[in-house]
Design a protein around this ligand. Structure first.
Ligand code: BYC
Length: 472
């Protein structure tokens, strides 16, 4: 049965009670997690009841449970998707062998590193978003923020479970370290770049949910293909949670765009700032920033790490089993983006070392679909403007483009041109101050800040004016 046992101190569907050693390790970690949540989780609102969704089982219907919960009392637990009978390793050198239920000894270090990197992003995002509550544009948005935050907390639990269950003392040490690194801290930063950036305002947050959580979707989907079955099963369940985070991002930015268009039409101007809206030019700059830092999260275009993860059977491609090839890729090539002299080019490269770029391609296509939906809103308002994804080489810090300056439309430019123009491409301190000035908390049920349109419908068929967070 896919049911989750909520009578346990740590809700789970992995029969934790049957593994006393693991249960003790996790019960030892639980108060440390709560201490971290208290210190680094959402600022304020910890005593308020929030209308949250909790998984009651790991099947599709298991998400139907909504209730009032105070965040520190959220039932974080360990939920794995149901096992697939006789699952095999579907790619790499071990293709066709039974999926591993235990860590293959020779891959222990690599697998641990992958799990830790994934796990590290989860608390990082909660840390990045912790100050947003007091400037929420509505109770509806506040509730969505907290839903995302508690689920990122649960994703941390998911990775800690794998570490504690399968990596012994090393795993327990890594579990502790996950609570000790801090987003943006100079001495003990989070592992990946985007997770050390600030999320100072709600526009940044919505962009983060659209662009950075979408990296989560693609990375988790690749790890869900893993030959290490416990990782695959935990990622499969995490993906069901991730979908909501991307909904928050896509629909959130769409509502900002909609409000901007309404103001543009009403006042017959592009400059909606003086009417309390966020102009399309500023929205474009935020897209440029969040897209580029999220593109970095896929790693270098040419990566032996990526080739090894694949050959070892640990991390597959997006929708690996739906692809019609040999799933070993030793003789294949793939077209990747690169720099040659002063030109951006595409060129063939061995498919195995190109797997990061291939995943980035899947990701970019998905982002483009979302941006097209935002552009529909602009078009419906009869406005002649278009939001665009920046060129993938723009503003990169990882990989082939890290050492060149590139414009958002994909031209290699000189340092001098970059210096002269980059303030027009990326959010400036003044842009951030302006967006920051709009961030005034709105907490009256049914009311929305003036820079974002209300959503078309509420959560779980509740009305938009529902009291999604109970304030005193
Ligand atoms: N920042 O061969 P390379 C999510 C390091 S988001 C800093 O280019 P590789 C979420 C790299 O670690 C999904 N360092 O890359 C979203 C390596 O270091 P070592 C998170 C970076 O290894 C929102 C070196 O550079 N999950 O879930 O092929 C909210 C050379 O590496 C960066 C994962 O990432 C960077 N951007 O691939 C909440 C999945 N990029 O080993 C949650 C697990 C690279 O030489 N991680 N480096 O010291 C992976 O699969 C891989 O580690 C990466 C990098 C795809 C990230």
């Amino acid at each position: 049965m896919p049911g989750i046992d909520y009578s346990e101190r740590i809700p789970n569907n992995v029969d934790l009670a049957g593994n006393r050693r693991l249960q003790r390790a996790l019960e030892d970690w639980q108060p440390k997690f709560l201490e971290w949540w208290h210190d680094m989780g959402p600022v304020g609102f910890q005593g308020n009841e929030v209308y949250l969704r909790t998984a009651v089982s790991v099947d599709a219907q298991g998400w139907a449970h909504f209730d009032w919960v105070r965040m520190p009392e959220y039932r974080w637990g360990i939920f794995l998707a149901e096992p697939e009978a006789s699952r095999l390793i579907n790619f790499g050198d071990h293709k066709g062998a039974p999926a591993w239920q235990d860590v293959p000894g020779e891959y222990r270090g690599v697998l641990r590193r992958l799990i830790v990197t994934q796990g590290d992003t989860e608390p990082a995002s909660v840390e990045q978003q912790r100050h947003l509550g007091k400037t929420c544009p509505s109770l509806y948005d506040l509730r969505n923020l907290f839903q995302v935050n508690v689920e990122e907390g649960r994703h941390l639990w998911a990775m800690v479970y794998l570490l504690d269950a399968h990596f012994g003392r090393d795993g327990r040490e890594e579990s502790e370290a996950l609570l000790q690194r801090r987003s943006g801290d100079a001495d003990k930063p989070r592992i990946l770049g985007a997770f050390n950036e600030r999320t100072p305002d709600w526009l940044s947050y919505l962009m983060f949910c659209f662009f950075t959580d979408r990296d989560g979707k693609y990375q988790l989907a690749s790890l869900a293909e893993s030959g290490f079955d416990p990782l695959s099963r935990t990622c499969r369940f995490m993906l069901t949670e991730e979908a909501h985070h991307m909904f928050v991002g896509e629909s959130g930015v769409q509502r900002v765009v909609q409000r901007t268009c309404e103001l543009m039409r009403e006042h017959r101007t592009d400059d909606v700032r003086k009417h309390g809206g966020i102009d399309l030019a500023t929205i474009q700059k935020y897209i440029n920033f969040h897209c580029s830092v999220s593109l970095d999260l896929f790693g270098s275009e040419v990566s032996t790490n990526a080739a090894n993860f694949y050959t070892m059977g640990l991390k597959g491609r997006f929708e690996e089993t739906k692809k019609d090839d040999d799933h070993r890729l030793k003789d294949e090539t793939y077209t990747i983006a690169d720099v040659q002299g002063d030109r951006l080019v595409t060129r063939p490269e061995a498919a195995l070392v190109s797997l990061n770029e291939r995943l980035r391609d899947d990701y970019v296509a998905d982002c483009a679909r979302g941006v097209a939906r935002w552009n529909q809103v602009i078009k419906q308002h009869g406005i002649d403007a278009e939001l665009k994804l920046p060129h993938r080489a723009f503003h990169r810090a990882i990989g082939a483009f890290a050492d060149v300056k590139v414009s958002p439309d994909g031209r290699i430019i000189s340092e001098a041109e970059w210096d002269a123009k980059h303030l027009g491409w990326l959010p400036t301190a003044a842009d951030q101050a302006f967006v920051g000035s709009l961030m005034q908390g709105v907490t009256e049920p049914g009311k929305f800040a003036g820079w974002i349109a209300p959503p078309p419908r509420g959560i779980n068929s509740k009305p938009i004016e529902f009291e999604y967070v109970r304030l005193p």
